[in-house]
Design a protein around this ligand. Structure first.
Ligand code: MTE
Length: 337
């Protein structure tokens, strides 16, 4: 357990508000009122400074494709008025079972991951299938900063400023056919880079697989992230390319993606295969439906400690109900958990 009480002193809420003009700082209410599309269009015409410059993020080593995109980043394209989780928590308290099951394992062991060169196979029900290099995949798109809550099914949460692009923008380029009802995502399998894949005793059958319904995948909140906190994605957070679906439990946000397949039938996902009674395909954050072994009514917002547990109520759809609840009209969410 790497959390320390002293980390709470590093909360970024104050500096963040100082560097960001109030008029262009889109808080959650403005975001809801304007609608997602409108707020994104609004912010893209405004040039914001990199809010992490003072933090030394610019000094970190980044691949050429990231540096080329850095000047055109749309900062705060979606924001929140909640305090950001300090970078050191987000990058040291991780779930990435390819590197071990302890929260500190990924930060310690993921340095063996090689995110360059990287390519992604896009196949299945699309008019333009193919394997594409990461640089080409990202080339036509400006990076947007999306500050989202991340709620893990284990009942802890963070607020993370991702850098990424809407998944819909990528899917539109490959032209899904009428048969494309679901999207399946797959993580790299390479036991040389991922030590837990070398173990003969692991529970998970690699690759780690996740899936979305096509309308969830096309929703404007769903992104493919390549960075966070103004810098390229750390290896332990799923470099170089991961999914982020903020209204679903964190296990849906699959890391280090090498394959995206458009399918007619729902894919079988990793956690569903391991424990179908505990982890469903939808995995929408839902305080009203308990995990069989614990309640989902509240969460520990990191950093948290024994004396400052920082516990708060969990919100339906992780607080994004206004944007996404309509995707599930008429569905019993206790059945489709
Ligand atoms: N993706 C892969 N490939 N392997 C994993 O073990 N863990 C998931 C998700 N994506 C996981 C993964 C879980 S359970 C969570 S909560 C988030 O990643 C954690 O993301 P973070 O470590 O960046 O906070």
């Amino acid at each position: 357990m790497l959390l320390k009480t002293s980390l709470s002193a590093l909360r970024w809420s104050a500096p963040e508000h100082h560097v960001t003009d109030e008029k262009i700082y889109l808080n959650r209410r403005a975001f809801l009122q304007a609608g997602i599309g409108a707020s994104l269009v609004g912010v893209s015409s405004v040039v914001l400074a990199n809010p992490y410059r003072a933090d030394g993020a610019q000094a970190s080593v980044a691949p050429a494709w990231f540096q080329q995109k850095a000047d055109a980043i749309q900062w705060r394209a979606v924001a929140t008025d909640e305090a950001l989780t300090p970078f050191n928590d987000a990058a040291r308290y991780n779930n990435f079972y390819e590197f071990g099951t302890d929260k500190g394992d990924p930060a310690r062991l993921a340095q063996s991951l090689q995110p360059e060169p990287w390519s992604v196979l896009i196949d299945g029900a699309v008019a333009k299938p193919g394997k594409v290099g990461l640089e080409d995949l990202l080339a036509p798109h400006a990076l947007q900063e999306r500050i989202y809550r991340l709620r893990c099914v284990e009942a802890w949460s963070m607020v993370i400023p991702w850098l990424g692009i809407p998944l819909a923008d990528i899917l539109k380029r490959v032209e899904p056919t009428a048969k494309a009802k679901y999207v399946r995502f797959e993580t790299l399998v390479d036991p040389e880079q991922m030590p837990a894949q070398r173990s003969a005793f692991g529970l998970i059958k690699w690759p780690y697989v996740e899936g979305l319904r096509i309308d969830e995948a096309m929703h404007p909140l769903t992104i493919l992230a390549v960075g966070m906190y103004g810098r390229v994605l750390p290896k332990q957070n799923g470099a170089p390319l991961r999914l982020v679906v903020p209204w679903k439990y964190g296990f849906k946000s699959i890391k280090s993606i090498v394959r995206i397949s458009l399918l007619e039938k729902p894919p079988r996902t990793t956690w569903q295969s391991l424990a179908p009674d505990e982890y469903g395909f939808y995995a929408n954050v839902n305080p009203a439906v308990s995990h069989p072994r614990w309640s989902q009514a509240s969460e520990r917002r990191l950093p948290s400690s024994l004396f400052n547990p920082n516990r708060m109520d969990t919100q339906p759809f992780n607080g994004y109900a206004d944007e996404v609840a309509s995707l599930y009209g008429g569905m019993d969410l206790a059945v489709h958990y």
